[in-house]
Design a protein around this ligand. Structure first.
Ligand code: ADP
Ligand code: ADP
Ligand code: MG
Length: 670
């Protein structure tokens, strides 16, 4: 076996490959670009070589620099990961010429499969059904019109050299063909340096189902079942699972066998994936073959109990596959969510910045493959994918529930992420039923008219949690003030119950908290429903709270802003305002904000230490804006502006100890 290998990649996949190498006793060499100088993959490898430069062309795509680094550090092989050079036939060739092993298929196979038109022709020869279409490149509008007419609209225009969903355009009506062709060609030229376009039928509401195959150098080919990757945005996968609800054992065997014959026909070796599209009648068509390890390979590992990177290494080293097709059996169900730095509210635009806080979920059958940690910077140069969560369960529902919990507990600050968006998918009734298709996101989550309001039990759980945490915190604050009070005998009697009115958007909940025998057990009544809640207070770390409701454990992400608590749970993000009934009466006639506005001051809501003052004199601020950050009870909380105003004076500075009721900021009289 290899003693030392270089991984020509970054982020989570580099870290994931190191893990297998470490277990197998293989030394690892990382390569990195300038902005990646202190990223996780650099610190995790045994050795790291700087490639310099920020742009991929100067670093992760620079074949000569990478091969030089491998030779200089005494490596015997290069693993390309996915993306970057993983499907570059020239690179595979150069690696071999340098006397190193390329961990992947032969260069000739990469070249054949990298061209979608050539790959389709090969599929036809192997007897694999392909999407009906015109498998000659089209260059002019006239050619495109002939092809589109022959296929019938809607059609899909695709770059022959494509990948990552780039350049693809759907054309519903012949009159839109001209502009779609121009755009597709432009993008193809820009992204792939190759503007050959082909046209095929656009399959409506399809599922994306792909087969993982493995082939060794001794003529053995096996498939490891399928992955369904229908949950996509912009033709890019974000949630994947194995097996797929759309397949039964017969169909699996059929598609698996065809994938294997294509691999044989192509002279394939190593790990590869044959992608299919499945229509509403469960007819399936070949899309393309990816000649590398896929992002979503972990779901296959979970249901097969195999390590695909280990198998890649063994195949490259000339070993025979340790399993035959009859040994392959899928056990249970696995799901994966890709965590990306992007803003789902703004068309999923990538988000860049520094990750200031980071806490990943843990738990049994929860695997997190991450390329980042607190302090990592997310730059404009690379893919926005930060990490993946993978869960396993005995059945789909168990895997899904574990995933929802894990996503609830994933705390990332500093960049926007799709964490809560992912949970909207995972908790959607249509997803729960397994009724997937590639247009799931636009149809169910982006179309405002089809958006569902959150289920009552989710809102109740959130109202219960925010009210309880508010109560416990207020109580701690009050009790901590007791010794300060000079009056003898000032003690607060324990009441049998506490009432609150908790408001969120248009919903108002009447909540009663009653101790249930111990300090950590509560009986909570929300309107007419009763819940038994256990709160291990010490588990409120890094803005995540863990508690159990009616015997089930839940994670909530919370942010404290005085009377307001922002909570994220099961894809719902909402602000809760908590009042006791006396305050509520006031609040209804004279909302709390205007009360302070009248006095033109911002009062300190609790005793603590000023950590940061985020505004200065003369600045204009808006309602809800964070003005002062306080630390108390090991937690940081922000004091927000009660209204839109201009700052007249800032009366505290970082390091000041403050008491509740103290004046922090004075606003200009309006
Ligand atoms: P890429 O190389 O970008 O992965 P693919 O050919 O694999 O390109 O297609 C990516 C995605 O685009 C698929 O998963 C599917 O959602 C969609 N797609 C591709 N071809 C079709 C088609 N003929 N009809 C409908 N959707 C398609
Ligand atoms: P810390 O790492 O400082 O102990 P965390 O905020 O990471 O605190 O989490 C608190 C506890 O909850 C830890 O013991 C962690 O293992 C556990 N935990 C956090 N999130 C999840 C989750 N989504 N699923 C299971 N366990 C979790
Ligand atoms: Mg694809």
């Amino acid at each position: 076996m290899f003693e030392k290998i270089l991984i020509a990649n970054r982020g989570e996949i580099a870290v994931r490959i190191f893990a297998t190498c470490k277990r197998m006793g293989i030394l690892t060499v990382a390569v990195y670009s300038e902005p990646d100088f202190r990223s996780l993959h650099v610190t995790t490898a045994d050795e790291a070589v700087s490639l310099g430069g920020a742009r991929p062309a100067e670093s992760y795509l620079n074949m000569d620099k990478i091969i030089r680094a491998a030779l200089d550090t005494g490596c015997q092989a290069i693993h390309p990961g996915y993306g970057f050079l993983s499907e570059n036939a020239q690179f595979a060739e150069k690696v071999a010429l340098a006397g190193l092993t390329f961990i992947g298929p032969p260069a000739s196979v990469i070249a054949a499969m990298g061209d979608k038109i050539a790959a389709k022709q090969l599929a036809v020869e192997a007897g694999v059904p392909t999407v009906p279409g015109h498998f000659q490149p089209v260059f002019t509008l006239e050619e495109a019109e002939v092809a589109a007419k022959e296929i019938g609209c809607p059609v899909l225009l695709k770059p022959a050299a494509g990948g990552g969903g780039k350049g693809m355009r759907v054309v519903d009506k012949p009159k839109d063909l001209a502009s779609a062709l121009t755009l597709c060609q432009q993008e193809a030229r820009k992204s792939f340096g190759d503007d050959r376009i082909f046209i095929e039928r656009y399959i409506k509401r399809p599922r994306h189902v792909e087969i993982q195959i493995l082939a060794d150098h001794h003529g053995n080919v096996v498939h490891l079942g399928e992955r369904e990757c229908s949950i996509q945005r912009r033709y890019q996968k974000i949630i994947e699972e194995s097996p797929s609800c759309a397949l039964n054992p017969d169909l699996r065997e059929k598609m698996g066998a065809l994938a294997c014959s294509l691999a044989r026909k192509a002279g394939y070796s190593n790990a590869g994936t044959v992608e299919f599209i499945v229509d509403e009648n469960r007819e399936f068509f070949f899309l393309e073959m990816n000649t590398r390890l896929q992002v979503e390979h972990p779901v296959t590992e979970m249901v097969n109990g195999l390590d695909l990177v280990e198998l890649q290494l063994r195949i490259s080293d000339g070993e025979e596959l340790p399993i035959a097709q009859k040994d392959v059996s899928l056990s249970g169900w696995s799901m994966e969510v890709r965590i990306c730095a992007e803003n789902p509210d703004q068309g999923f635009v990538p988000s860049v910045g520094l990750i200031t806080r980071y806490a990943a979920p843990k738990g049994i059958h929860v695997r997190v493959d991450s390329g980042v940690a607190a302090g990592s910077s997310v730059s404009v140069y690379y893919d926005p994918m930060l990490a993946k969560i993978i869960t396993w369960g005995e059945d789909r529902e168990q895997a899904r529930k574990r995933m929802v919990q894990a996503v609830n507990g994933y705390h990332i600050e500093g960049v926007f992420t799709n964490v809560d968006f992912a949970n909207q998918v995972l908790t959607h009734p249509v997803f729960i039923q397994g009724d997937l298709s590639t247009d799931f996101i636009p149809v169910y989550l982006l179309d405002e008219s089809k958006k569902l309001s959150p289920p009552l039990e989710v809102l109740h759980a959130m109202a219960t949690t925010t009210t309880l945490i508010y109560h416990l915190r207020e109580n701690l604050v009050q009790n901590s003030l007791l010794p300060l009070k000079s009056r003898v005998g000032a003690s607060r009697p324990q009441k049998s119950h506490y009432d609150y009115i908790t408001k969120s958007v248009g919903d108002v909940f009447h909540i009663r908290l009653q101790r249930d025998g111990s300090d950590q057990k509560w009986q909570v009544t929300v309107d007419d429903a009763t819940y038994h809640v256990v709160t291990p207070l010490l588990e409120y770390y890094r803005r995540r709270l863990k508690l159990s409701i009616n015997g089930e454990k839940f994670f909530f992400r919370l942010k404290y802003l005085g009377n307001f608590i922002i909570a994220a749970f099961c894809g719902v993000t909402r602000t809760f305002e908590i009042y006791n009934p006396r305050e509520w009466k006031l609040a209804r006639f004279m909302p709390v904000p205007s009360q302070s506005e009248r006095e033109n001051t911002l009062e300190c809501p609790m005793p603590g230490l000023v950590v940061d003052v985020k505004v200065s004199e003369g600045e204009r601020v808006f309602r809800g804006q964070e003005l002062v950050i306080l630390e108390s009870m090991k937690m940081e909380s922000a004091v927000a502006s009660p209204g839109d105003a201009v700052i007249e004076a800032v009366l505290v500075k970082p390091g000041d100890a403050v008491e509740s009721g103290m004046e922090l900021i004075r606003f200009k009289a309006s």
